[in-house]
Design a binder for this molecule. Structure first.
Ligand SMILES: [Zn+2]
Length: 260
């Protein structure tokens, strides 16, 4: 008969510490919201050294008891590796000010996106199609930036946008009928290169100011405007790169303006 080991509860201070280190999340499966328990790596419940403890969920704990193949499904060496790695991740996220590990998903990556904005329509678009034979043709296109994937409103610094405009249509003279109607607001430098037969137009803007961003909302309205002359027609593809130094982002995207 194996001698029964004496069950000693983990001292409250030590229990609190090991739970804090793993953010009360199982260090192996890292699935949030599960019931957890404190596991003794050496299976000696009286050994409450911090190095001997790991937070596990019930399922993962059961795997430490099941034998399969050459040994336990989840052995001491594996748990130690998982635990140390998880404690490091939790500590790093705390230091970065990120609400720690609600799941094993990586933290949100901020994304700066350029969107088409229309005066009579507050919804930012990725594509706009205008039928010139229909309603009066509004030839102004406003562009705004949206900072996506942000948990909180924040301030973006040193925003840069580079847009290449490509054109597809029947007659090249209908491609060149656009110009920058309104440059970006003060504090922005603009560099504009026109669309020719061989090359896309290139618009490059560099902002020196800080821009206040509201999570999920357009942060900069009317950053610049394009005006399309009456003769403009065809499919315009705007391929852009938007970047900011704070938060550190670099995003690529496409906008389409179809004038048919
Ligand atoms: Zn688990």
């Amino acid at each position: 008969m194996p001698r029964k080991k004496l069950r000693v509860d983990v001292p409250p201070d030590v229990a609190a510490e090991v739970q804090f280190l793993s953010h009360r999340i199982c260090c192996v499966c890292r699935a949030p919201g599960k019931d957890i328990q404190i596991h003794h790596l050496d299976e000696d419940p009286s050994n409450n050294e911090l190095s001997n403890l790991a937070v596990l969920c019930i399922e993962c704990h059961n795997k430490t008891l099941i034998r399969g193949g050459f040994g336990r499904q989840l052995d001491v060496r594996q748990i130690r590796l998982y635990r140390d790695d998880w404690h490091e991740i939790v500590a790093r996220r705390r230091a970065e000010g990120i609400v720690v590990a609600l799941s094993q998903e990586p933290p949100l990556t901020p994304r700066l996106a350029l969107r088409l904005l229309q005066p009579d329509d507050a919804t930012p678009h990725e594509e706009i199609t205008i039928n010139r034979t229909g309603a009066p043709f509004n030839s102004h296109f406003a562009f705004g930036l949206v900072l996506e994937n942000m948990a909180e409103s924040t301030t973006a610094e040193k925003i840069g946008i580079r847009v290449e405009i490509y054109w597809r249509g029947a007659h090249i003279e209908k491609a060149s009928g656009f110009f920058v109607d309104r440059p970006p607001s003060e504090g922005w430098k603009a560099d504009v290169q026109w669309l020719t037969y061989h090359q896309p137009a290139v618009l490059a803007f560099q902002g020196s100011d800080r821009e206040r961003c509201f999570a999920g909302q357009p942060l900069v309205w009317d950053k610049f405007r394009l005006h399309l002359r009456d003769r403009a027609q065809g499919h315009f593809l705007l391929s852009y790169v938007a970047a900011s130094a704070q938060p550190l982002t670099e995003s690529k995207g496409e906008l389409r303006i179809n004038i048919i």
